[in-house]
Design a protein around this ligand. Structure first.
Ligand SMILES: [Zn+2]
Length: 240
């Protein structure tokens, strides 16, 4: 295929621009600012989940405490009832029974109050944990806000760069004849390079030196003859 030499040089420029676009896209994807936002977002989700678990635990404890209080209340009520009966003058036998029950009630009240104290202690720890989690969550959300601003400003620059490069790529490809563009695109084979210069017998696409005979043959061809590297398949631009 024949293509004016200055048009071939344009293909080299196109190749450089495409390489730059790939690099900028990679920088956007691997930007530390993007990764930092992702990490903080993950931490926020973890903290929220932990907060939900702790809140549920605290509600369960509150219910258990209410139940324990009601149970103690019922036992005290029974004790008061027994005392009233004693005061109302009962037989010696009933007095003994009531005294016996009173002791048993005291023991049960004491056990239940101890259990309630433990529950209250657990609830206090749970409340403290929730406060710590909320504080941590609030700090992390602030950090995420800052990280998002950093990311946006960093990406704004990179996105602008990418858009400029893509517009330049578009400008060149838009001006190429369809058959030249097709040849350019189909030449992007093994190395991912579509066009490279040939200098001192070396293809700058695959970095390999061509056999001396092949190199000499290429050097002798007119410059407007568009050739491919026999090693990597990319278009070779000579005389640059
Ligand atoms: Zn090559």
């Amino acid at each position: 295929m024949k293509l004016a030499h200055e048009r071939q040089v344009e293909l080299l420029r196109l190749q450089d621009l495409e390489t730059e676009v790939i690099q900028v896209r990679r920088r956007i994807r691997s930007s530390p600012a993007v990764q930092r936002v992702d990490q903080l977002e993950q931490k926020i989700q973890d903290l929220k989940a932990e907060l939900v678990r702790t809140r549920t635990e605290s509600e369960d404890l509150a219910r258990a405490i209410r139940r324990a209080e009601e149970d103690v209340g019922r036992l005290r009520e029974r004790k008061r009832h027994d005392e009233k009966m004693l005061d109302s003058g009962v037989s010696a036998k009933v007095q003994r029974e009531l005294a016996h029950e009173s002791q048993a009630l005291d023991r049960r009240i004491k056990d239940m109050e101890d259990a309630e104290l433990e529950l209250l202690e657990d609830q206090e720890n749970s409340t403290k944990k929730m406060e710590d989690l909320k504080a941590d969550l609030s700090t992390t959300e602030e950090q995420r806000g800052v990280a998002e601003e950093d990311r946006d400003s960093e990406l704004a620059e990179l996105t602008q760069q990418r858009n400029d490069l893509e517009a330049q790529v578009q400008g060149i490809t838009g001006g190429l004849e369809p058959e030249v563009l097709a040849r350019y695109q189909s030449s992007r084979n093994a190395t991912g390079v579509a066009a490279a210069k040939l200098a001192n017998g070396q293809c700058f696409g695959c970095r390999l030196s061509l056999p001396p005979g092949t190199a000499a043959e290429l050097e002798n061809k007119p410059l407007d003859e568009l050739e491919n590297c026999e090693e990597c398949g990319c278009l070779l631009v000579r005389g640059v």
